[in-house]
Design a protein around this ligand. Structure first.
Ligand code: ADP
Length: 288
């Protein structure tokens, strides 16, 4: 089983011709409302690949929270440990202009109320996957008390309590997060810095350039599939979910990263942040 500890947000995506100036009102051309938050995205993407997934997240006692829970149930996720808090369900307001640039405001809502004391007996399983969109003290307890393989996707890039890394087996930053956490531009040197804390490996995702695995005395570059990317939103979430799924199956890190690259690349050819179902991508990964 994969235990995901993380966030949920309802995403409101507004398309505009141009961003409003301060005090100005503009009309949106379109609105899309979707399920988001890295915890939810990664849990759903892992479940779609056939893994048993338990999600530990917090939603509000409102319509959005109820919809989130029913969405997870439809996606065959164990929602038995989802907490309902006396705060609004998290929401994100994403304004996208003509050039594809965005401005985002997030109301973290119930996500901030997922407390360390909310986590207890459920911290068991083979693999834990967590991110930094929830409180750091909650992330720390989750990692510290989990008895299986612990993956931290350090997104977004801010980490105040660096001692959290002491409880991580595999760290999966993208390039921006990697530079922020290691304080280094040089990949090789930055990996050395992070491996002083992280137990097993640092896997840096490099967009269309695939991924770089750093282990003690070893670096492995893993190329990804060439695709016509149309929406890279959530590529990192799909990568992390796939990595967790194949590590849970007992694959070696390099092989799991090869498959994570393929499925993340495939996901950029479709709109939306969620990954594909296993049936859809089975033929792509058969020989891996
Ligand atoms: P994030 O989405 O967190 O910024 P990346 O951009 O590094 O992370 O993407 C995560 C993974 O998704 C990459 O390691 C790669 O496997 C895949 N990916 C992302 N963009 C592309 C692309 N344009 N072509 C092929 N694969 C991609």
């Amino acid at each position: 089983m994969i235990t995901v500890v993380g966030s949920y947000n309802v995403d409101f995506i507004l398309k505009v011709d141009k961003f409003p100036e301060e005090g100005e009102t503009v009309f949106a051309k379109d609105i899309y409302i979707s399920h988001g938050g890295k915890g939810s995205n990664q849990a759903v993407s892992a479940s779609r690949l056939g893994a048993k997934v338990r999600l530990i997240a917090a939603v509000g006692n409102d319509e959005y929270g109820r919809r989130a829970i029913s969405f997870w149930e439809d996606e065959k996720i164990d929602v038995g440990y989802v907490k309902i808090k006396n705060a609004p369900t998290g929401s994100a307001y994403i304004i996208v202009n003509e050039n594809g640039q965005n401005m985002i405001v997030v109301n973290r809502g119930a996500n901030i109320f997922l407390l360390p004391e909310d986590l207890n007996s459920e911290l068991k399983g083979e693999v834990m996957l967590t991110q930094l969109e929830i409180r750091e003290d909650t992330v720390k307890k989750a990692l510290r008390e989990f008895n299986g393989l612990r993956i931290l996707n350090p997104a977004p890039a801010t980490l105040n309590d660096i001692s959290i890394l002491d409880y991580v087996d595999i760290l999966t930053p993208n390039e921006v997060e990697f530079k922020e956490l290691s304080g280094a531009d040089d990949l090789d040197y930055g990996i050395e810095v992070l491996l002083k804390k992280v137990k097993k490996a640092v896997i840096i995702t490099l967009g269309e350039k695939g991924a770089l695995i750093g282990m003690r005395n070893k670096r492995i570059r893993v190329e990804t599939m060439k695709v016509n990317a149309i929406d890279t939103t959530g590529a990192g979430d799909v990568f992390n979910a796939t990595l967790a799924v194949y590590l849970e199956k007992g694959y070696e890190i390099e092989r799991a990263v090869r498959i994570a690259n393929i499925i993340a690349a495939y996901s950029t050819t479709k709109i939306g942040a969620l990954g594909p179902r296993l049936e859809e991508v089975k033929s792509l990964i058969e020989e891996e």
